[in-house]
Ligand binder design. Structure first.
Ligand code: EPU
Length: 433
């Protein structure tokens, strides 16, 4: 069994380079299925989720060529819509984007019900509503398959109002509509930076999408997407995770390859907590004494405070002076990690979507589990701040979304190593990507 061993107590100092955005990459790879030619994707994060999606695309007939550690060339000239590696598809949330891209290109799609992190019910009714409006009949079939087919195997543009702001549904509908006949309007669309990034990717391959980043997106369908080159934006949440880690441990870290605007809500919250955040054109400098003030926070769709930063920030607040109130405004059940933090001495009461956090002066090392990707990052931050040794288990969740997390933290002075039984350091934690 592999896990992280963390010896807490070190301040973080130095520079860290942020990788490409996971939640943009996991939509762009399935969308590349629609490109009739070779597309070159740069700033690709090397995480297990992107590896899984590239394997799925390959199983559908795409040529995949790694040019260097963060650049891939995908040739989807000869892909099909059936016979994918369904076992891999089932493991990953973002496999639902293949439904949109297959329907867009072929008018017919077969996928599986999506997997991914479990924090309450994760319905896809808004995806299905949108794809149905575009003229596809979408059914869930025996064995957990999703099958969709458009009349005449061609989608047609439509006016779609999302009942709930959904990142996934906005992206899936945008992908499908890029190759539908006529014009699609998505209203009450999500506005996250990765939505703009997906639109920019598709536009650079010949699509016609306007308004991404606002709540109304207009897509005029085209009959073919051509090859091209595209660089993925930096990961807002990976950057935010390093910002919060620095705030909680104390120290001074220059976080490089970021878009500071995307970090505004995180920077503002950290400043409220007594942390210094300086912005530069492509980096932010975070300086912290490690003594934090309490704050209240509510997670919301962009430009609100991101739900994907909630476990990390709550961990910092567990060490802040005073009582903080955290409200989860996106997911029903994203506090499972609180039980793990309590094992380290945190004082947190959860009632439905609200967590009341009484700051404590210190946490103590303990064996804990990563309940999901961001909860796992939160456990690592807790371990870095705690006295003594923390073991974090179920690190496969963390590896789904953070490229070389232990290595990047070690370069800042954090004592985090990947160990496998019986407690033997592995080369992988040091070398990966
Ligand atoms: N929802 C519906 N119906 C739908 C879709 C969503 O009711 O058809 C609800 C959800 O239950 C939730 C809310 O709408 O309450 C928002 O869900 P959304 O669709 O926006 O989430 P998602 O697309 O499934 C993506 C990220 C998540 C991130 C959320 C919110 C990917 C692969 N995942 O999920 O990222 O938390 O947006 O920003 O892009 C992560 O990176 O750790 C992660 C979980």
């Amino acid at each position: 069994m592999e896990r992280y061993r963390i010896r807490g107590g070190n301040r973080l100092h130095g520079e860290v380079e942020i990788s490409g955005a996971k939640n943009a990459a996991v939509a762009i790879i399935p969308a590349a299925l629609m490109v009739d030619g070779v597309c070159r994707i740069e700033n690709l994060p090397r995480i297990s989720d992107t590896d899984t999606l590239l394997h799925i695309l390959q199983s559908l007939g795409a040529g995949i060529r790694m040019i260097n550690s963060s650049t891939v060339e995908i040739d989807s000239s000869h892909v099909t819509w059936d016979g994918a590696d369904y076992d891999r598809m089932r493991k990953i949330r973002a496999s639902y984007y293949f439904i949109g891209s297959m329907l867009g290109r072929f008018g017919v799609a077969r996928s599986t019900m999506p997997g991914g992190c479990n924090f309450g019910v994760r319905p896809i009714d808004q995806h299905i509503k949108g794809l149905t409006a575009l003229g596809a009949a979408v059914d869930v079939q025996e064995g957990g398959f999703i099958y969709g087919e458009a009349a005449g195997r061609r989608l047609r543009g439509a006016q779609i109002y999302l009942d709930k702001i959904s990142v996934g549904a906005t992206m899936n509908i945008m992908i499908a509509a890029a190759m539908a006949d006529g014009k699609t309007v998505i209203e009450n669309a999500a506005r996250e930076p990765h939505i703009v990034d997906l639109a920019n990717f598709l536009n650079s391959m010949g699509a016609n999408i306007r308004g991404a980043g606002t709540d109304t997106i207009k897509v005029t369908g085209v009959s073919r997407l051509h090859g091209g080159t595209y660089a993925i934006i930096p990961d807002q949440i990976e950057a935010g995770t390093f910002m919060v880690a620095t705030a909680a441990c104390g120290g001074e870290v220059l976080i490089q390859n970021v878009i500071p605007k995307h970090l505004d809500c995180i920077s503002a919250k950290l400043r409220e907590m007594g942390v210094t955040v300086e912005e530069y054109p492509e980096s932010v400098l975070v300086r912290s004494t490690g003594e934090l003030r309490r704050a209240n926070v509510k997670t919301q769709p962009y430009p609100g405070f991101p739900t994907d930063m909630q476990p990390q920030l709550s961990t910092a607040l567990a060490l802040a002076k005073g009582t903080s109130v955290v409200t989860e405004g996106v997911w029903d059940n994203r506090y499972k990690y609180v039980n793990e933090l309590r094992k380290m001495g945190a004082q947190i009461q959860v009632d439905g979507k609200t967590a009341v956090i009484e700051g404590v002066p210190c946490l103590t090392g303990a064996p804990v589990a990563a309940c999901d990707l961001r909860a796992g990052a939160a456990m690592v931050i807790a371990g870095l701040c705690a006295s003594g040794v923390t073991y974090v288990e179920d690190i496969q969740y963390i590896e789904r979304g953070y490229q070389n997390f232990p290595g990047k933290l070690r370069a800042l002075g954090g004592d985090v190593v990947l160990v496998s039984e019986p407690d033997k350091p592995e080369a992988r934690g040091a070398a990966a990507g």
